[in-house]
Design a protein around this ligand. Sequence first.
Ligand code: NAG
Ligand code: NAG
Length: 324
Amino acid sequence: MLLNIQIILAASFILRYIQIAATCMEDCKDNSKSIHQKLINFNPPPFSTSEGLSYKKQIPLAVYTEIYLEDLNSFRPVTMDFRLDFFLKHHWSVPRNTCLILLDEAREKHFGGGITSKSMIIKAKEVKHMWLPDTYIGNSKVVETPAKDSSTSFIIIRSVGQQCTVEYTLRLAAIVSCQMDFKHYPVDIQVCPFNLRSFSYPKEMVIYVWDQEGPPPINPEMRMLRHRVAISKGKSEIHMLNMTYSMLYVNLTFERDLAHHLIQVFTPSALIVMLSWLSFWLGADATAGRITLCVTSLLALITQFSSIRRDLPPLSYIHASHLS
Ligand SMILES: *[C@@H]1O[C@H](CO)[C@@H](O)[C@H](O)[C@H]1NC(C)=O
Ligand SMILES: *[C@@H]1O[C@H](CO)[C@@H](O)[C@H](O)[C@H]1NC(C)=O
């Protein structure tokens, strides 16, 4: 009898646990249907992941872009490149309904921080299924995120009035190649374009638009040691492998600061040449002294020119400093 009661009690306990486990599984399933999965359906108008990335409407998606130049350094004529550290911000419109549902849900579930009734900030690496523009730097040799362990990109979903937008901000560093021309060296001016375009979406699907007029903002503390830099931007298209992509570019114009050359090259060269004139004061019979002076001046000049060559790639043409 006692044994029977014990068996019944044990059985009811087990049943209860199974019940709890079952409800928990329901709950867990609900929880696991997290923001990430909601984001699968959160794509801008011409796209839908359920049908693959497809183009439905005739209107391409406008991705508004802004760039903030944080640092510009390592201008290297020898390898014809320079390094650029920058923030890249994109924003584009999404359907308002999806946006509001997402914001409501995020608020209810207290998902992460940075959520208000109008906006939500998410770290980009937490987002797996949302469409993001695959912006690509056309003429870069290397692109890297400066801090590998901390996150360097985030997404803001923002609802303003009747509009809903997604903002995507990245911090990047790129080594950008530049086709330099040294014919006028050292009074050369190098125009180095830096271009942004989508890697996979042609202009029928995605077009890039500058968000603001005028030259892009730069870090006011940025200093270049040997150049003056002017920055302008523009918009064009690039045709490649039978596809046309919308493209944005920033022109960086490097103008060499001549003060450096004046101090390092012209002044010493001029002094050496003047020193060699001393041989005119030596008597006609002091041949040994005159030859020594000439040869020494010549060697000093050769050393000077080899120091210029170190700053330049091996050129097959004559540039202006050869003529000086
Ligand atoms: C940028 O540079 C390219 C090539 O050097 C030139 O064709 C273009 O007109 C420049 N654009 C601006 C806005 O300076
Ligand atoms: C290039 O694209 C056009 C139209 O999009 C197509 O008719 C043509 O066959 C393509 N050419 C090649 C070489 O793929």
